[in-house]
Design a protein around this ligand. Structure first.
Ligand SMILES: Nc1ncnc2c1ncn2[C@@H]1O[C@H](COP(=O)(O)OP(=O)(O)O)[C@@H](O)[C@H]1O
Ligand SMILES: [Mg+2]
Length: 287
């Protein structure tokens, strides 16, 4: 197959994917989205002969638009535009999980700082304020007091971009110093790791200690339901342990897997390519 890879920067994750594809004799078409012009009628020539497209754009805006366009060109795309749109937006992400009855932290959104303060006061302290768009734990706040809440809300309202005018407020989950990342393909767990940190943010990108963990049946069931809730695909599901169970705080759509690949016995890029192959073949069969 010929796999189109949409990117703007080739990171370790993309390198792993590209070398796995090439090792298996697949053709790879690297498509730098910064250089292309995406017409509403015709695909850019770069897409000629491509059987399946994998979106690896870092920027959410690019990812969201480009998957829509590729889908309109009738080329299979991973992940699908609706999945990207849901996952790229924490508010939609939480709503989708709640609608599917997947346990997820209590969350509210508000559009003014006055309503946000009411929400924060009703959650109590600490609670969490997140940008609706973003990753790697950026611009997330754990709010410990009303003074802190007022200050951060004023900063956001005065200095924030458009997206920061939506206040996403969440209960603070007393997790055991770690959270869990599961990479899954259409809800089937590939591998999982725990991310441990002294800091409340436990993103691998922020230096959390990572270790492979087994996926229990309960985790696998939640992963499947969380994946279905956003339309499936190649996803990173984030869970926190709540003592006797789990809560899913988000599903990521352009999931990084280098950290997981390092700690896990599973060959993650190989599993991803196995899945891409079935996707492309299914598409050929039904076409
Ligand atoms: N409600 C919460 N309570 C406690 N910790 C949280 C909560 N939400 C997120 N975290 C911590 O912050 C990290 C980043 O949050 P997340 O919602 O996954 O955003 P990002 O998209 O930036 O990764 C999580 O991995 C987790 O460690
Ligand atoms: Mg996360």
């Amino acid at each position: 197959m010929n796999v189109g890879v949409l990117y703007s920067r080739i990171r370790r994750d993309e390198k792993l994917l590209l070398s796995e594809l090439r090792d298996r004799g697949h053709e790879v078409t690297k498509i730098d989205v910064r250089k292309e012009r995406f017409g509403i009628h015709e695909p850019p020539a770069a897409f000629d002969g491509v059987d399946i497209v994998v979106d690896r754009c870092l920027a959410t805006s690019r990812s969201r638009y480009v998957t829509r366009f590729v889908d309109a060109y009738d080329i299979p795309v991973v992940n699908e535009p609706e999945t990207a749109a849901i996952c790229a937006d924490k508010a939609r992400n939480s709503l989708a999980l709640a609608e599917a009855d997947v346990p997820t932290p209590a969350t509210e959104i508000t559009f003014t700082k006055e309503a946000a303060l009411e929400s924060i006061e009703s959650f109590g302290y600490p609670c969490v304020l997140k940008p609706v768009i973003g990753s790697w734990g950026r611009l997330m706040a754990k709010i410990d007091s009303k003074d802190a809440a007022e200050a951060i809300l004023e900063h956001k309202e005065t200095l924030g971009h458009y997206e920061h005018k939506v206040f996403y407020i969440q209960e603070f989950v007393e997790k055991p110093g770690r959270d869990i990342r599961v990479v899954a393909t259409d809800g089937e767990p590939v591998a999982a790791m725990a991310r441990t940190s002294d800091h409340w943010l436990t993103n691998a990108a922020r230096g959390a200690k990572t270790e492979a963990i087994d996926v229990s049946d309960e985790m696998a069931d939640l992963v499947k339901r969380a994946s279905d809730a956003v339309g499936g695909g190649l996803l990173g599901i984030d869970l926190m342990e709540t003592g006797d169970s789990y809560t899913v705080h988000e599903v990521n759509h352009t999931v990084e897997f280098k950290a997981l690949n390092e700690v896990s016995d599973v060959d993650v890029p190989a599993a991803v390519v196995d899945w891409l192959e079935t996707r492309a073949r299914n598409v050929e069969v039904t076409a």
